[in-house]
Write a protein that binds this ligand. Structure first.
Ligand SMILES: [Zn+2]
Length: 243
């Protein structure tokens, strides 16, 4: 377990104020990565410029995902194009709850078309009604079977949604699960068993959570060493084209 390599598939730099009241600098993120043997971290934030700066400063360690609000129409489209073409970002982050849209709504389609054009994955926050239930993400997966879609938090805090996430991912092979903030360690092993290798990936969602807690849940999930390597590294490495 000591030499277990890790990719963190979900993290943020910057500050979330209001009720969240959490923050993390790029420097602090890198220090945490050193402590927990994390080789790469997928980072997103609004505004995206914070991520661009962080990725420019640590290009070997950080992978940018561009986070847009589909309601902004052309502005969102332009932002995705700029982030991928000019800044080297490698995925799109969408948060249906935060920006109040139904995942398969018409406003989302131009963003999904861009993901197809650029051949990059789309990360959807998953696990809160009324906008980010697993079955709603399933609708997008059905419309865009050729686009890899990561279901962030794999259903989050609600047992029924966690179960639903695994069932929906079983139906659509382009769906991937990310583990952050999901309380049931047993469901991580169950998801790997149900979906096979390459479909479940570790994420921390720092600064909302801490690696020591998030990693422990994966470690005690009951997975064998191959399963742990799959969740902690191989799934995300394959999806993101990391060696
Ligand atoms: Zn997050």
């Amino acid at each position: 377990m000591k030499n277990l390599r890790v990719i963190d598939a979900h993290a943020h730099v910057g500050e979330f104020g209001g009720w969240a009241n959490v923050r993390l600098t790029a420097q602090e993120m890198i220090a945490d990565m050193e402590s927990f043997n994390i080789s790469k971290t997928v980072v997103c934030m609004i505004p995206n410029g914070i991520v661009r700066e962080a990725v420019q400063r640590y290009p070997d360690r950080l992978v940018g995902f561009v986070w847009v609000n589909p309601h902004e129409g052309q502005k969102a489209v332009d932002e995705v194009k700029q982030a991928v073409n000019d800044w080297g970002f490698r995925g799109i982050k969408l948060h249906p709850l935060f920006h109040a849209f139904i995942p398969s709504d018409g406003v989302v389609l131009p963003i999904m078309e861009l993901a197809r054009e650029f051949k990059i994955p789309v990360f959807f926050h998953t696990g809160h009604p009324p906008f980010s239930l697993p079955w709603q993400i399933g609708e997008v997966a059905e419309i865009f079977p050729d686009i890899p879609i990561i279901m962030g938090h794999m259903g989050h805090g609600h047992g029924c949604y966690i179960h639903g996430t695994i069932m929906v991912a079983k139906k659509y092979p382009n769906l991937y699960l990310e583990t952050s903030g999901m309380p049931m360690h047993t469901k991580i092993k169950e998801a790997v068993e149900q979906l096979g290798p390459g479909r479940v990936m570790y994420g921390s969602d720092v600064p909302f959570h801490h690696h020591s807690v998030e990693m422990q849940r994966v470690k005690v999930s009951g997975l064998d060493e191959n399963g742990l390597r799959d969740v902690f590294y191989n799934s995300a490495a394959k999806l993101l084209g990391i060696e």
